[in-house]
Design a protein around this ligand. Structure first.
Ligand SMILES: Nc1nc2c(c(=O)[nH]1)N[C@H]1C(S)=C(S)[C@@H](COP(=O)(O)O)O[C@H]1N2
Ligand SMILES: [Mo]
Length: 199
């Protein structure tokens, strides 16, 4: 059996090993938004999962806050080449919303207040790898960064982490989202440098 030192897989890994190809580390937290920042009050906020049959389940802000909350720390990677190490979030794992949802769908279109969309495989939202995040570094997520709540899928390029997240539409076919339809990669794995269609 191969054994690794305790830090090898975790945060103790050397920073150079944590930087995907073609990325540079930054301390700042740039804001990248394709349009204006929508005003999304928590009153009236809802997160809705819609199946391929059109069945829906919705959570109000209070419903969402009553689900199990997780504190989670991740390196994030933007396709514009900045990476930020050890970002600290609080939110609800997508598993909590997907539990008990009956579906044959293998794809998801994530929808946002303001109209942004992005697509990814449903499997990537399961297994404790994706969150609806409402707190960043101990404070309510700021509107520019997607507050009151955004999707966080740190193992994919950050354009998949839809800000002002509104819901999931489960689909039988993979449907490109906003950036994917103009040339960004359908999957977007930073470790395989899947930036654009040809990658
Ligand atoms: N709703 C919405 N979500 C979005 C975007 C957007 O324009 N609208 N931009 C994406 C892109 S391209 C990136 S790199 C990240 C940037 O997140 P940040 O502004 O918090 O750094 O949000 C992603 N999520
Ligand atoms: Mo981006």
């Amino acid at each position: 059996m191969t054994s690794f030192s305790p830090g090898f897989h975790g945060r103790g890994r050397r920073l150079a090993e944590r930087l995907p190809p073609g990325q540079y580390p930054t301390e700042s937290f740039p804001v990248l938004s394709a349009g204006p920042t929508p005003k999304v009050p928590t009153e009236g906020w809802a997160f809705t999962v819609t199946t391929e049959h059109g069945e829906t389940r919705s959570w109000s802000w209070d419903d969402m806050m009553a689900l199990p909350q997780q504190e989670t720390v991740h390196d994030i990677h933007c396709v514009t080449r900045w990476s930020k190490f050890d970002t600290r979030w609080r939110g609800v794992a997508l598993d909590a919303f997907l539990d008990g949802v009956e579906t044959e769908a293998e794809h998801v279109v994530v929808t946002s207040y303001g109209g942004y969309t992005t697509n990814l495989p449903l499997a990537d939202l399961r297994g404790g790898r994706a969150w609806v995040a409402h707190t960043y570094d101990g404070f309510p997520l700021s509107p520019e960064h997607g507050g009151p709540a955004r999707l966080l899928v740190p193992h994919l390029y950050l354009w998949k982490s839809a800000k002002w997240v509104r819901g999931l539409r489960l689909t039988l076919q993979d449907e490109p989202g906003f950036w994917e339809s103009v040339g960004y990669h359908a999957y977007g794995d930073p470790w395989r440098e899947q930036r654009t269609w040809g990658d």
